[in-house]
Design a protein around this ligand. Structure first.
Ligand code: DCP
Ligand code: MG
Ligand code: MN
Length: 331
């Protein structure tokens, strides 16, 4: 669950590491999503900067780095550590909340609740299963496996099986594995699969049709799927495993209406920081962009009808944003 913008030639990796840790703290303990986003944005800007940053002042020239982060960079350069992080590390409650929030299905609020009731470790959590939802129980059961990153080669195997099984079911299906895998990462936290069918149009009864199709897909994938966390009309969350020798992996499958497929593929390819920047750019150009559609914003400020799209590139073209290949979206 930890987001750490790392690339092989990141000259500022040590800064990125402490910024990511501060981001996690803001998300899980302070629950300040703005600070969380600010730290992640700063880490991503530093990770893609081609020169080693030598002072806070130099860092401040980069977009996304202000006074506070620039001071932290100076403190880190001068002392090799951060007092704020030292304090965080020395606080047992804070550490316990951060730990429990790593369990799939346990968010910051639930983690704090558990810690306030005296549960500080995974072992203690296993003694209080009655406090957990179905999702959280699965998160606990597979805690060690879900902590492990999934090698790209393993996701490729899952992709091959999914594509074969689903197209055997009906060749009118299209499957795309999105997320960090599509951005070319060598390892991923989970598997984000999108599926569409030529006959599936967004409409009043597309949810019913979706449920039927999704059930067919999930049943056909029984070779791969070992647990269901939740299953709705269009979204499956669960666990898959290639073989008993492999680790268990988090798998999400979303069934998308045809005309919404390109916006969904774009959105679920991410990164989330990239999505935010692209959405902001769309707004500047007078469009509203989300995981479903791209719509022009009219004179009155009201979004119009969704634009017909024939590719992911189309979305970039309409909002006049230079096309970025998935591998270039690792912000
Ligand atoms: N997404 C988003 N905003 C969020 C959550 C997700 O824009 N708050 C989009 C962008 C993500 C994609 O959904 O890339 C998939 O979400 P993941 O949490 O699976 O993230 P990644 O696949 O990018 O990384 P990981 O390797 O950790 O799974
Ligand atoms: Mg993912
Ligand atoms: Mn995911």
């Amino acid at each position: 669950k930890r987001k750490n913008p790392s690339n092989s030639n990141n000259l500022n990796a040590d800064f990125c590491e402490f910024l990511s840790e501060l981001a996690e703290y803001e998300k899980n303990v302070s629950r300040n999503i703005h600070k969380y986003n600010a730290y992640r944005k700063a880490a991503s800007v530093l990770a893609s900067h081609s020169k080693r940053i030598k002072s806070g002042e130099e860092a401040k020239k980069l977009n996304g780095i202000g006074d506070k982060i620039s001071l932290k960079i100076d403190e880190f350069l001068q002392t090799g550590k951060l007092r704020k992080l030292e304090n965080i590390h020395n606080d047992n409650k804070t550490q316990a909340i951060t730990l429990l929030a790593r369990v799939s299905g346990i968010g910051p609020v639930k983690a704090a609740e558990l810690v306030n009731s005296g549960i500080m470790t995974i072992e203690e959590l296993k003694q209080h299963k009655n406090k957990l939802t179905h999702h959280q129980l699965i998160g606990l059961k597979y805690f060690e496996d879900f902590e492990k990153k999934i090698p790209r080669s393993e996701i490729k195997e899952v992709e091959t099986i999914m594509k074969r099984v689903i197209s055997d079911l009906d060749p009118e299906f299209t499957v795309t594995i999105c997320g960090s895998f599509r951005r070319g990462k060598s390892e991923s936290g989970d598997i984000d699969a999108l599926v569409t069918h030529t006959s599936l149009r967004a409409s009043k009864d597309h949810k019913k049709q979706g449920e039927l199709l999704l059930n067919k897909i999930i049943n056909a994938l029984e070779v791969l799927i070992t647990e269901t966390i939740s299953k709705g009309n269009t979204k499956f969350m669960g666990v898959c495993r290639l073989s008993p020798e492999h680790s268990s992996r988090r798998l999400d499958i979303r069934l998308i209406a045809n005309e919404q497929y390109y916006c969904a593929v774009l959105y679920f390819t991410g990164s989330d920081v990239f999505n935010k920047e692209m959405r902001a750019h769309a707004l500047e150009k007078g469009f509203t962009l989300n995981e479903y559609s791209l719509r022009p914003i009219g004179e009155t400020g009201v979004p119009g009808e969704p634009i017909d799209l024939t590719s992911e590139e189309d979305i970039f073209d309409y909002i006049d944003y230079p096309y970025k290949k998935p591998e270039e979206r690792n912000l």
